[in-house]
Design a protein around this ligand. Sequence first.
Ligand code: TRP
Length: 350
Amino acid sequence: MDSFAATQARMADLDDRIRAAPDRFRVLTGERPTGRLHLGHYFGTLSERVVLQSRGVEVLLVLADYQVITDRDTSENVVAHVRDIVLDYLAAGLDPDTTTIFPHSAVPSLNQLLLPFLSLVTEAELHRNPTVKAETAASGRALSGLMLTYPVHQAADILFCKANLVPVGKDNLPHVELTRTVARRFNDRFGPVFPEPEPLVTASPEVPGVDGRKMSKSYGNAIALGMSEDETAAVIRRARTDGDRRITFDPAQRPGVSALLTTISLCTATPPEIIADEIGDRGSAELKRRATDAVNERFADHRRRRSELGADSDVVDAALRSGIERATDIADRTLDDVRERMGMRYLPHR
Ligand code: TRP
């Protein structure tokens, strides 16, 4: 069994443990603020975070702004992206009074954990990370020091708050594995400070973009949560379907048609085959009309809340301010503990 399959197999059991004792879990997850959140984020991760929060699990969400410069030269618009993402978080139901939302650059003591953590890994280990290899290849650029070491920085994102549960996509599993290694080695060398966090791979299916490939801003196939109804219609109108008037669900042979069926399916909680049967031989135009309606109806409330919240700029400020404050408190305490364990305390406790 590969590590992905093994992880999936543990999910049901984990779910039981969360229900039984939500207060034994601290969840840390997050994303790179490179653009607007889209349906893939919503069905893949955002809705799961809302469920965890509602079950009484403590959730911390890192907006990994330093990761934005792993594979590009600019951090342009990062503030706008962070603020836009926070709006989606709030509109989706995340409560900034209980869920801690922060950009990691705003929490200096979190970043300082990177130094001792780097001492615990070898260059060879860093070069073996399959996700770093793939991202470097895709970027077509020379491997930067940050690209090589960002998984260790991600370990700091996770360990600063001693999180024990980390929801991630499959591509982030190597980073959670490395985080476990860092925690274990730190504890062995300096004493027990960190838990070894478990990954939580989201159960929902991969959300296809309008071209049938995985939904991704960089493929230009994404429907952003914050799009208007007309923008949504325009994206779906451009979807590449085919001339066969009979609509069938066949992801391998008909990726475009099937992607729209999956989109409708996710938005309406109806199996894609049933939707295909309903449309029958009324063709792509009907399929696109239904997909547009399904998305616009499913996200009408979300979008209304987004624009209400967005009309008051203080709401996002307040969420970020309290998130940064709480994350800083936690990170300061962890860094203190880490320095103490390493024998680097120079002044007595005040
Ligand atoms: N690497 C994650 C991504 O690709 C973002 C991220 C940064 C993250 N730090 C994290 C995810 C900590 C989970 C836990 O989007």
